[in-house]
Design a protein around this ligand. Structure first.
Ligand SMILES: *[C@@H]1O[C@H](CO)[C@@H](O)[C@H](O)[C@H]1NC(C)=O
Ligand SMILES: *[C@@H]1O[C@H](CO)[C@@H](O)[C@H](O)[C@H]1NC(C)=O
Ligand SMILES: *[C@@H]1O[C@H](CO)[C@@H](O)[C@H](O)[C@H]1NC(C)=O
Length: 541
């Protein structure tokens, strides 16, 4: 072959490779908008509150942020008079600076029954802190110095049916504890599963994926496997198989996970499933530290944890992803958003941001579940966040792979902006299908097991058989995992009926107990043909 024919073959080969690597499904929808170009901090942790405000914070040792504390305040014993936490008001699209006293870096939290955020742990002076935030126009963080028994850095929290939260693990913390404590003597039971899943010098099991199972036990996934755990008796109830391939899925090989929507049927949920997606292959952390950025995992494992003999079923995502967030959308689809396609979580260790979110339809046949969405323009890599808003948009913030604020001369500058991703169900073309809830009023309290009539309007033609009612918990998001995330499809017994022109009613039964939905605040949606209404806040007790 002459040089030029070799070159031609080379070009053809590249063309074939490009065609083979084109996404299997075309970009489908969704749109992006910048809400605020700078909120002054890099949203590393995020929690939606029941007054449609969102608390965010980064860390107190990032240096001077781009927003000052109010009224010339400074942190005690510090020359840093900038804020490292803000409250975002969704309605007015404004922010207000808040003051955290101690380091909240890589911490965790839970929205409590009363609607206050109780955040735990952090680093250094923040290791054993508990901080509470009750929202109001002038409220700020309150700190409890020795609120925790153990140092909690990279722990996972979950709200329990008794109203307390459990705080599991953290770096070198192979145990768990509760907040608030029943007594001063309450200790931190050991949790050997966290020792067993801890890869030497790499970990791969921090920020474990924890879900409350409706029998009251906790499903805990760390590294590449899972157990069902009775935290009250400190007993492993069930051991699930290792995910095929055995690749790590938790920090720093950060993937994500959701408890798939739970469909209530006559006071029970027949099938309970977990979906774990993405992460980084074994060795990726060590390689990334040596400047070699391994391709992220493109697999998801799905398991029916309610089966007698549960098995993982593997699926392939259209895009490989590490540090992706998984969010349950009001219509029961899963959104996979943010992250990178190479490297791992950690300072400067991620490469090749994945700008396109992907949706996953759990009820579709395998092979037709994933759909690539329209891309953002902003890399959201390490320390980025995502959270569902009441109106169905997804709030996106953060991204800072540097241990200070770095805005120039770097691959992925510190991101201070706040964006919204609007899934395609918010397209104006769906407005005639979209329900609007008339009653109950927002902030209504509903009781376990009781029937609730929901009235709604739809302007266009209605398929009465395509109406469902979902309930979504507001989750605490950090490091690609949303703690406390759950979605219940309420039992409506096919009761949807027309009441008059464009007016409809569906009667649903509230979840039977706190094991299904711990007492607290939830978003309620009426969904018609996969198009959700704007949500209303309800309180279940
Ligand atoms: C910091 O905030 C100011 C407005 O207060 C804004 O003009 C500037 O762009 C911000 N800096 C960054 C890096 O976002
Ligand atoms: C500030 O430093 C003093 C002296 O070290 C210490 O007693 C005090 O508790 C510190 N205050 C805070 C809020 O950390
Ligand atoms: C509701 O309708 C669906 C499909 O028509 C049916 O499979 C289901 O059993 C019905 N549920 C109830 C509670 O009647």
């Amino acid at each position: 072959m002459t040089f030029s024919t070799t070159l031609l073959y080379h070009h053809l080969l590249i063309l074939v490779i490009l065609l083979l690597h084109a996404p299997p499904c075309p970009a489908a929808g969704g749109s992006w908008s910048v809400l605020l170009p700078s909120i002054g901090i890099s949203a590393m942790h995020m929690q939606l509150l029941p007054n449609d405000r969102v608390v965010m914070y980064d860390r107190t040792d990032f240096g001077i942020s781009n927003i000052s504390l109010p009224n010339g305040k400074c942190r005690p014993n510090s020359t840093d008079c900038s804020a490292h936490s803000v409250e975002y008001d969704v309605g007015s699209n404004t922010i207000r600076p808040l003051m955290v006293l101690t380091n909240v870096w890589c911490s965790s939290g839970t929205l409590m029954r009363d609607g206050s955020l109780v955040q735990t742990g952090g680093w250094a002076d923040g290791y054993r802190r508990v901080r509470t935030y009750k929202s109001c126009d002038t409220c700020d963080w309150a700190e409890i110095p020795d609120g925790l028994n153990q140092q909690r850095w990279y722990a996972t929290n979950h709200l329990l049916p008794d109203g307390r939260q459990i705080i599991i693990g953290g770096r070198q913390a192979f145990n768990y504890e509760f907040y608030p404590k029943m007594s001063a003597a309450e200790n931190s039971p050991s949790f050997p599963f966290l020792v067993q899943t801890n890869d030497a010098n790499v970990e791969n099991n921090l920020y474990p994926f924890v879900f409350l199972y409706p029998d009251g036990n906790l499903f805990v996934f760390a590294n590449n496997r899972a157990i069902l755990f009775n935290y009250a008796k400190n007993q492993v109830v069930k051991t699930y198989p290792t995910m095929p391939g055995g690749q790590p899925r938790n920090y720093p090989s950060t993937g994500s996970a959701v408890l798939l929507p739970m469909r209530l049927n006559k006071g029970n949920v027949n099938v309970i499933e977990v979906l774990v997606c993405g992460g980084a292959p074994k060795g990726a952390f060590v390689n990334a530290n040596n400047g070699r950025f391994d391709g992220a995992l493109d697999t998801c494992g799905r398991i029916k944890i309610s089966d007698v003999n549960p098995q993982w079923v593997m699926e392939t995502m259209p895009l490989a992803r590490v540090m992706g967030d998984m969010l349950l959308l009001p219509n029961g689809h899963v959104l996979i958003i943010n992250g990178a396609s190479a490297g791992v979580a950690g300072w400067e260790l991620g490469r090749n941001p994945v700008l396109s979110p992907v949706t996953y339809r759990p009820d579709n046949q395998m092979g037709s579940r994933f759909e690539v969405q329209n891309p953002s323009t902003k890399p959201r890599v390490y320390h980025s966040t995502a959270g569902l808003l009441r109106d169905g948009r997804v709030l996106i913030g953060g991204s800072n792979p540097h241990d200070k604020y770095v805005f120039t001369n770097t691959l992925y500058p510190t991101e201070l902006s706040l964006e919204a991703f609007s899934p395609s169900y918010l397209d104006a073309s769906s407005s005639t299908l979209r329900p609007t809830i008339i009653s109950p009023k927002t902030k209504t309290t509903i009781r376990y097991g009781k029937r609730v009539a929901i009235r709604f309007m739809i302007s266009g033609p209605v398929d009465l058989n395509s109406v469902s009612v979902t309930m979504v918990s507001p989750s605490f998001n950090t490091h690609s995992f949303s703690m406390n995330q759950r979605l219940l499809v309420l039992d409506s017994g096919n009761s949807t009926k027309a009441l008059g022109k464009s007016n409809y009613q569906v009667v649903v039964t509230a979840p039977p107990s706190g094991n299904f939905a711990p007492t607290g605040n939830y978003l309620l949606y009426v969904v018609h043909k996969e198009i959700p209404s704007p949500g209303i806040w309800i309180r279940i007790q």
